[in-house]
Design a protein around this ligand. Structure first.
Ligand code: FE2
Length: 352
């Protein structure tokens, strides 16, 4: 869906997508925290389990949920363009780096909620309440089970060793996931070490970066390389795919959580914030509280093969097969703050 599309087209798409929910713009009256009204979401995600959760929220609160789904950057451009006339109350997007960008662009507002503060660990949310992580994903090493012994894997850093020359698959540096991974290295190890790592990965690449994370996993299975750095849920999607071909790709690879003897695997979030001009602010806060709660967290994370952020909620058993892991508990806000340093390093070392 293009953000240039007319409002009528977008409303049509939303209505077609979620027929039971009322269309945007039906009325944006300020609503009390309980007793009806609506909440309008701009979201990158749409899963059928999300609809179940929204229906449950509607039943519990009487607040109607309206969703406009598009790519994250399109939603942010749309929010910028609409300004204070925007009907949006909540922006859902992925990666703390992008959530920080939304905050810096003035698209979000700070909110205070004891419930959100309790449910979302401090390192997975903005310290001033502009955004909250709602699901967790790890950026891991995927390896070909026949060509790589998991005992030979250890850290992200070790993939720059000469033994991995021509064997490493990873997507372009224009991607926010890689920018945030490198930002985490700058935060943990400093600029020089991060630059050495990025240059070392470029030296060991199996090919010029192309495609998304799923393409890297498929390329490992197909033998174009032996290891790839990808987000966990892409492996989960292949495992759960209806396509036998996709499932055999997932079968061929193993998931390795790096840096387990040190800072832990790099973890990022999908998350949300209340928009700067939210017409239904109280309802928006109520929905975020609901999604962060024990009732919703399991389903909300599982919908995309992710991990809950709520410490008391167990992960999907389908992910448990990969084992427990230590995660880097770096405050994710810093990933946004170091984003431009990371992209500068990528340019310097020629990571396309
Ligand atoms: Fe993704």
């Amino acid at each position: 869906m293009s953000y240039q599309a007319g409002r009528a087209t977008l409303i049509g798409a939303v209505v077609a997508l979620v027929a039971s929910m009322s269309a945007f713009g039906a009325g944006n009256d300020e609503s009390p925290a309980s007793g009806g009204g609506e909440v309008n979401i701009y979201s990158h995600r749409h899963y059928s389990t999300d609809d179940e959760l929204y229906r449950l929220f509607e039943e519990e609160t009487g607040i109607s949920v309206n969703i406009l789904q598009a790519k994250a950057d399109e939603l942010m451009a749309r929010l910028e363009r609409e300004g204070d006339a925007s009907p949006a109350d909540i922006l859902f997007t992925v990666d703390a780096g992008r959530l920080v960008r939304a905050k810096d662009l003035g698209l979000l507002q700070p909110i205070e909620s004891p419930q959100l503060a309790r449910n979302v660990p401090p390192h997975l949310r903005d310290s001033d309440g502009y955004w909250y992580g709602l699901t967790r994903r790890a950026r891991v090493i995927v390896y070909h089970k026949d060509r790589v012994d998991a005992a030979d894997l250890s850290t992200y850093e070790a993939l720059t060793d000469p033994e991995w020359r021509g064997r490493v698959l990873i997507r372009s540096s224009s991607n926010i996931y890689n920018q945030s991974l490198l930002a985490s290295m700058i935060a943990n190890d400093g600029q020089a070490a991060a630059r050495t790592w990025a240059a070392g990965i470029v030296d060991n690449m199996a090919r010029t970066p192309t495609g998304g994370d799923t393409d890297q996993i498929k390329a490992v299975a197909a033998g174009e390389g032996d290891v790839a750095i990808v987000n966990t849920y892409y492996v989960g999607r292949l495992q759960a795919s209806e396509s036998a071909e996709n499932r055999s790709v997932a079968e061929a690879v193993g998931v390795f959580f790096p840096n387990q003897d040190g800072r832990g695997a790099h973890v990022n979030v999908s998350g949300a914030g209340v928009t700067a001009h939210a017409p239904n602010r109280a309802n928006a806060i109520r929905l975020l509280e609901f999604l962060s709660g024990t009732e919703a967290q399991y389903l909300y994370a599982t919908a995309n093969h992710e991990y809950p952020v709520h410490a008391d909620v167990a992960a999907d058993p389908a992910l448990a097969g990969w084992g427990e892991f230590v995660s880097d508990d770096l405050g994710l806000q810093i990933l946004g703050e170091l984003n431009s340093d990371a992209t500068k390093i990528f340019d310097e070392v020629g990571w396309r």
